[in-house]
Design a protein around this ligand. Structure first.
Ligand code: SAM
Ligand code: SF4
Length: 339
């Protein structure tokens, strides 16, 4: 953390240097754990997501408050035609060091060069199965090969921070665990196994498909994977490496004890609400403070008001989520907020 900028800190001594910014809640996939019936317009469907100027104003204020990394997410962010412009805009904001993107791989092959040219530093691609038919059952699309082609192109273009997200699901892809590991043996990616999270819409599915992160951790350790020593400001993922493998493994275990103690991220919805937790209620609407001065960086008073609102909101960040008590807040599915 740059010592000139006081870190954003909550009342539980956690510091925040990482912002996850959703740029749309619309998605073209229908992952069965997230949007099994595909994207459904709700009453706010006519509300437009933050435009590039609003994003610039917003991220500028957060950068002044110590945010160094921004992950662009969704819904499916690649649906937005101005994604390259958004990447370039965020990358150009003083203080922002890393611009990352999480995508289902749609248009990856076609657009990765322009995203890298715009300043993209890191890429996460969601690939829940390496079997084309299982991939189709989970996502609703037969696009596994296109997604893998896009991923390989990103690697060939020299992008070094490339991760793959896979949610392990008891009745769909758990039996591919070894196949995933074989893939990582020769592919220099960081594969992140994400523990399925319960949301408002997927309760029954969750109970049928949840796999305990602890069980995966045990399997990895028995196969010779070694946990990396965690950096001081590392986020909640546990990182593993193995001398015989080109890639590494990350475990995201939201149900594990103390998961929230290392929380280092804040979230912004596509409509400009600040969410302190993936499983909180509502969100603090920041959009009214992004509107004026839309063609230039926010004027000083607005910037100060916005900054004060963030500080006040942060005081209300709870010590942990309450997923183990099945409290999922107002989160019906993660496409609302970007995971
Ligand atoms: N559409 C993009 C994608 O799928 O990569 C970005 C948004 S998606 C919500 C971000 C990540 O959240 C994906 O890796 C997805 O697999 C994960 N995700 C969605 N719902 C989840 C759930 N209920 N539990 C765990 N991970 C989930
Ligand atoms: Fe869309 Fe991503 Fe949700 Fe799948 S996980 S439905 S790709 S938002």
């Amino acid at each position: 953390m740059n010592s000139m900028i006081p870190a954003l800190q909550d009342s539980h001594n956690r510091q925040f240097s990482y912002l996850r910014l959703s740029i749309t809640d619309v998605c073209n996939f229908s992952c069965n754990y997230c949007l099994p019936d595909g994207y459904q317009c709700d009453s706010k469907a006519d509300a437009q997501p933050l435009n590039v100027h609003e994003i610039k104003n917003l991220v500028t204020v957060f950068a002044q408050k110590g945010i160094k990394k921004v992950r662009i997410t969704g819904g499916e962010p690649s649906i937005r035609k101005d994604l390259a412009e958004i990447i370039a805009t965020i990358k150009g904001i003083p203080g922002i060091e890393i611009v990352a993107l999480t995508t289902n791989g749609y248009k990856l092959s076609e657009n990765i060069q322009s995203w890298i040219d715009a300043g993209l530093d890191a890429l996460n691609v969601s690939i829940d199965s390496l079997d084309p038919s299982v991939f189709q059952v989970i996502t609703g699309h037969s696009r596994l090969q296109e997604t893998l082609d896009g991923l390989n192109k990103a690697l060939a273009l020299g992008l070094t921070k490339v991760k793959v997200n896979a949610v392990l699901l008891k009745n769909y892809n758990l039996n591919e665990f070894s196949r995933f590991l074989d893939w990582v043996k020769h592919t220099p990616i960081s594969l992140r196994f994400i523990e399925l999270m319960e949301t408002g819409d997927n309760r029954e599915y969750f109970h049928q498909n949840h796999v305990k992160g602890q069980d995966i951790q045990t399997r990895l350790e028995l196969s010779g994977w070694i946990q990396r020593i965690r950096g001081k400001n590392a986020g909640p993922a546990k990182e593993y490496e193995h001398p015989d493998y080109a890639g590494s493994i990350g475990l995201i275990m939201p149900y594990s004890k103390d998961f929230c103690k290392s929380c280092n991220r804040l979230r912004i919805s596509s409509l400009g609400k600040l969410h302190l937790c993936l499983f909180g209620e509502g969100g603090e609407d920041l959009r009214p403070w992004l509107q004026p001065g839309i063609n230039k960086v926010l004027d000083k008073d607005l910037s100060r008001t916005l900054s004060d609102r963030v500080d006040v909101a942060l005081k209300g960040k709870l010590p942990e989520h309450y997923l183990t008590s099945h409290k999922t807040g107002s989160t019906r599915h993660l496409s609302m907020l970007g995971g």
